[in-house]
Design a binder for this molecule. Structure first.
Ligand SMILES: Cc1ncc(COP(=O)(O)O)c(C=O)c1O
Length: 407
C-alpha cells in the first residue's frame, strides 16, 4: 500500500526539481528519427540526436530488422545462458571484436549494463585471492553508468580515485602515490569522448601512464564507435591505437543504428569471465534478433560506405565553422558534438525554446548537468544532414542569436 507520506514526499521532490529548473520535459516525436522529425505535428530540424551516421532509419537497417523478425521472431524470452543465445549473437560478437581489433566481445542489453557488469565482476570476484583491494582511477566527467558501476563494487574491495577532468598530471600523481600500496589490480577508466563538450580523452598519454604504472586501461567509447577513426572503430583508432586499449565498452544505441545493445570488448579470458560471472549479463534478457541482425548490418554498412564517416566529419566542420562565423562562442573539436556556449542557464532555456519555435530542435544543457555558468546548446551533427539542413539550422541560429543580442 502506498503510504500518504511516500506520495507527499515524492510530490515535494518533484516540485523541488521544478523550482530548481532540473525537471526534465520529454519532447514527443511523432515518427522516425532522422535529420528532420515531427514534434507536435510540426516538421523540425533534428540537431539533438546521437544518430551520427543517419542509420537509425536507414532503409537497409530497417529491412534487415524486419527480415530478422520474420525469421527469428520478436524476442527470445530468455537470458543468454538458458535459451537466449542464437548463432547471430556469436556472429555479431566476433564481427565486433574484429572491427575493434581485439580478441573477443560480449553483448549486453545496453552500454549502461555492460559498464556495470565489467567493474562489478572484476572488483568483486576473488579470482583466487583471499583478500584483495583494487584501485580505480576515473575521470570526474565519466558517464553515469561508470559512476554507478562503482556502487555495485563491494566497498571493502575498491579504492576509488577521481581525477579532475583531463588532468593527467593529477592522475599520474595518484598512480605514483599508490605505487607501493599492494593493490591487486589498478584500472584507469575514461570515456573516449565526453558527451557534454565532444572533447576526446588523451588516450596516447593515458595509455603511457597505464603502462608505466601497470594499470589496466578501460575506455567507454559510446560516442565514438562509428564516428571517429579511419574505419569508425573509435577513439583508439583516431589516435593510432587501434587494438591497443585493454578493454573497450560501447553501444549500438548511438551511431550504429541507434536502437539498443551494449558491449565489452578485449582479451578473450576477460570476456569469458564476464560470460560466466557478470550479473547484468547473466540475469538479463538477451539482445533481440532484430537488433542483433540490424547491428551486424550497421557494421557492414560502415565498411561498405566509409563516405558516411567523411560526411559526418565534413558536416560537423561545416556547421562548426558556420556557427563561429555567425559570431557564436563554439567549442573547438573534431567530434559531431558541437557545443555553442551561452553561459547563462536562463538564456539557454529561452534560446532553445525560440529555436524550436522556428523549426530547429537542439538540446540546451545547464547546471548541474554542466558546470555553473557554462550553459550551452549542444548541437549534434549527422551524416544524414544535407548542406541545406545545416544552412537552414545556421540561418535560424543566426536569427535567434541576433534577436536575443547574443551575436
Ligand atoms: C559514455 C557513455 N557510456 C554509456 C552510455 C549508455 O549507453 P546505453 O544507452 O547503451 O546504455 C552512454 C549513453 O548515454 C554514454 O554516453
Amino acid at each position: 500500500m502506498y503510504s500518504q507520506k511516500l506520495i507527499q514526499d515524492v510530490e515535494k521532490e518533484l516540485e523541488n526539481l521544478k523550482q530548481a529548473g532540473k525537471f526534465k520535459v520529454e519532447r514527443e516525436l511523432m515518427g522516425a528519427q532522422g535529420p528532420e522529425v515531427s514534434i507536435a505535428g510540426k516538421k523540425v530540424l533534428m540537431f539533438a540526436s546521437n544518430n551520427y551516421l543517419g542509420l537509425a532509419n536507414h532503409p537497409e537497417i530497417t529491412k534487415s530488422a524486419e527480415k530478422a523478425i520474420k525469421e527469428y521472431g520478436f524476442g527470445l524470452s530468455s537470458v543468454r545462458f538458458i535459451s537466449g543465445t542464437e548463432t547471430i549473437h556469436k556472429i555479431l560478437e566476433k564481427k565486433l571484436a574484429e572491427f575493434l581489433g581485439v580478441e573477443d566481445s560480449i553483448l549486453y542489453s545496453t552500454n549502461f549494463m555492460s559498464n556495470l557488469g565489467f567493474f562489478a565482476t572484476i572488483v568483486n570476484e576473488a579470482l583466487g585471492s583471499t583478500e584483495h583491494i583494487d584501485a580505480i582511477y576515473s575521470d570526474e566527467l565519466n558517464h553515469a553508468s561508470i559512476i554507478d558501476a562503482f556502487k555495485l563494487c563491494k566497498k571493502e574491495n575498491l579504492v576509488k580515485r577521481i581525477y579532475t577532468h583531463g588532468d593527467l598530471a593529477m592522475l599520474e600523481k595518484m598512480l605514483e602515490e599508490d605505487k607501493d600500496k599492494g593493490y591487486r589490480f589498478k584500472m584507469i577508466v575514461t570515456d573516449g569522448v565526453f558527451s557534454m563538450e565532444g572533447y576526446l580523452a588523451d588516450l596516447p598519454k593515458i595509455l603511457k601512464l597505464a603502462k608505466k604504472y601497470e594499470a589496466l586501461l578501460f575506455v567507454d567509447d559510446a560516442h565514438s564507435i562509428g564516428v571517429l577513426g579511419k574505419t569508425g572503430a573509435g577513439t583508439p583508432e583516431h589516435f593510432g591505437l587501434h587494438g591497443k586499449i585493454d578493454v573497450l565498452s560501447g553501444t549500438f544505441g548511438k551511431a550504429l543504428g541507434g536502437a539498443v545493445g551494449g558491449y565489452v570488448a578485449g582479451k578473450k579470458q576477460i570476456i569469458e569471465l564476464l560470460r560466466q560471472k557478470s550479473r547484468t549479463y547473466l540475469f538479463s534478457n538477451s539482445v533481440p534478433p532484430s537488433v542483433v541482425i540490424a547491428s551486424i548490418k550497421a557494421l557492414d554498412l560502415l565498411k561498405e560506405h566509409p563516405e558516411l564517416l567523411t560526411t559526418v566529419r565534413e558536416n560537423s566542420e561545416y556547421f562548426r565553422n558556420g556557427a563561429k562565423k555567425l559570431g557564436f562562442n563554439v567549442l573547438e573539436g573534431e567530434h559531431p558534438i558541437v557545443p555553442v556556449m551561452l553561459g547563462e542557464a536562463g538564456k539557454t532555456q529561452e534560446m532553445s525554446k525560440k529555436l524550436l519555435e522556428k523549426g530547429l530542435y537542439v538540446v540546451g544543457l545547464w547546471f548541474p548537468v554542466v558546470p555553473e555558468n557554462t550553459a550551452r546548446l549542444r548541437f549534434q551533427i549527422s551524416a544524414a544532414h544535407t548542406k541545406t539542413h545545416i544552412d537552414k539550422a545556421l540561418k535560424i541560429l543566426g536569427e535567434v542569436g541576433k534577436e536575443m543580442k547574443i551575436i
